[in-house]
Design a protein around this ligand. Structure first.
Ligand SMILES: [Zn+2]
Length: 410
């Protein structure tokens, strides 16, 4: 695009203190999940002028998406979300190079991730969010997670160690949810013996009758859902506990397919908070500054009360996704006491609260971060390949981990 046209397109941005349009043009992001959140995120970042955008989604567009997902039209139903969203973006801002991926993010080759500056999640399953959290952490990429269900939503900024200029490493998604809530499964979790007592029971009885007559299905077609709605009606007629109720195919689908309640306004608020965090992080990664990432790194939105609540999340030193555990190697770029303390900080252990000893004989290497940080580790008797025990307190309890130190890229 000609420079003058670009100057006009982004003219209002140029009035913002610290804004750097070129930093955004040179940025590359991935949006995983192009649903109610992902459509908003992709729209925001594309119009803001982020240069390269990968869109990942395995789903096709359904009628029930159209109340919230502005990149899709009724005529798009049956097509892949990633492809249609990419067309919308290409039309809305031709400056953006947009690359759709019609499949799972877990199946993408690792090279796709290499050039990314950050990853944004707009996923509706905890399982997938945890996988993306861990993948991004291992690749050393900033991951901005979000979720919205019903009248509530939340955003979390997750920064792994070693991302320059952005922030100290933060807690990850799993630090906050060590035991994740089960995904959906409201219907799958319960069977209903005897007569139905509620609308949900009737639908579950309807499904049981459908499976008896037609066999089990992975996905229900609209025709299947209508048959189940009729069988749910029969279940209500058969039950002494219920009135004679009628059911619709969408109601049946919501329950049986574990659909979550969702409204565009809540999704838009959450996705806007998330998108703006992305703009700040991208500026910082490119050495510019329009503000630091939010701190605390997690914020919750309650639309019923119109309240945003920041939530402090502690790094969990025993987190399965982001912490090193006993037996891990700890490569040190700088072979000094300071380098060692930095690496330990990077593991989520506050070095000034840790006692570090040599595993072989218990000799003290550092006592609560004290000592000359410039001192060569060899001077305090530590050689590459030595084991160190790092002990420290969590919630008043003393705990310890062991690592092997190695010379290398820290
Ligand atoms: Zn963690």
């Amino acid at each position: 695009m000609a420079e003058e046209t670009e100057a006009f397109r982004y003219a209002r941005h140029l009035l913002l203190e610290g804004w750097d349009q070129e930093a955004l043009r040179n940025s590359s992001v991935m949006v995983v999940g192009v649903g109610a959140l992902g459509c908003e995120i992709a729209k925001n970042l594309a119009l803001a002028g982020v240069g390269t955008m990968h869109l990942v989604d395995m789903d096709i567009i359904e009628m029930s998406n159209l109340s919230r997902q502005l990149l899709f039209r009724e005529s798009d139903t049956g097509r892949y979300k990633a492809a249609v969203a990419a067309e919308w973006i290409a039309n809305a801002n031709p400056d953006v190079e947009v690359i759709p991926h019609e499949g799972k993010f877990q199946d993408l080759p690792i090279e796709v991730y290499e050039d990314l500056d950050l990853i944004l999640g707009g996923l509706d399953s905890f399982e997938a969010r945890f996988q993306l959290n861990e993948l991004a952490w291992r690749l050393g990429k900033v991951y901005i997670d979000s979720a919205a269900t019903g009248f509530k939503g939340n955003v979390q900024v997750i920064v792994p160690p070693g991302v320059e200029n952005v922030a100290e490493r933060t807690a990850c998604l799993k630090c906050f949810y060590p035991i994740p809530p089960a995904d959906g499964a409201a219907a799958a979790a319960c069977t209903v013996p005897g007569h139905a007592r509620t609308r949900d029971h009737c639908i579950i009885k309807g499904e049981e009758a459908f499976i008896k007559a037609h066999g089990k299905r992975e996905e229900y077609s609209v025709e299947d859902l209508e048959i189940i709605a009729g069988l749910a009606h029969d279940a209500s007629v058969d039950s002494p506990h219920t009135d004679e109720w009628t059911f619709t195919a969408p109601e049946v689908e919501n329950l049986l397919m574990n659909k979550l309640p969702s409204v565009i306004t809540v999704n838009a608020v959450v996705a806007s908070l998330q998108s703006h965090e992305a703009l700040k992080v991208l500026h910082r990664i490119k050495g510019r500054d329009i503000g630091p990432p939010m701190d605390p790194t997690y914020i919750e939105y309650s639309s019923q009360y119109g309240i945003l609540t920041p939530v402090e999340i502690e790094i969990d030193p025993a987190c399965q996704s982001c912490s090193r555990t006993a037996g891990d190697e700890l490569p040190l770029a700088s072979w000094t006491l300071g380098g060692l303390l930095d690496a330990i900080d990077g593991m989520g252990v506050p070095a000034e609260k840790a006692l570090i000893t040599r595993t072989s004989d218990g000799a003290v290497v550092s006592n609560f971060g004290k000592g000359d940080v410039e001192a060569d580790l060899a001077g305090v008797g530590v050689r590459s390949g030595d084991g160190l025990r790092i002990s420290y307190k969590v919630d008043g309890e003393r705990t310890s981990i062991e690592v092997t130190v190695k010379e290398g890229e820290g």
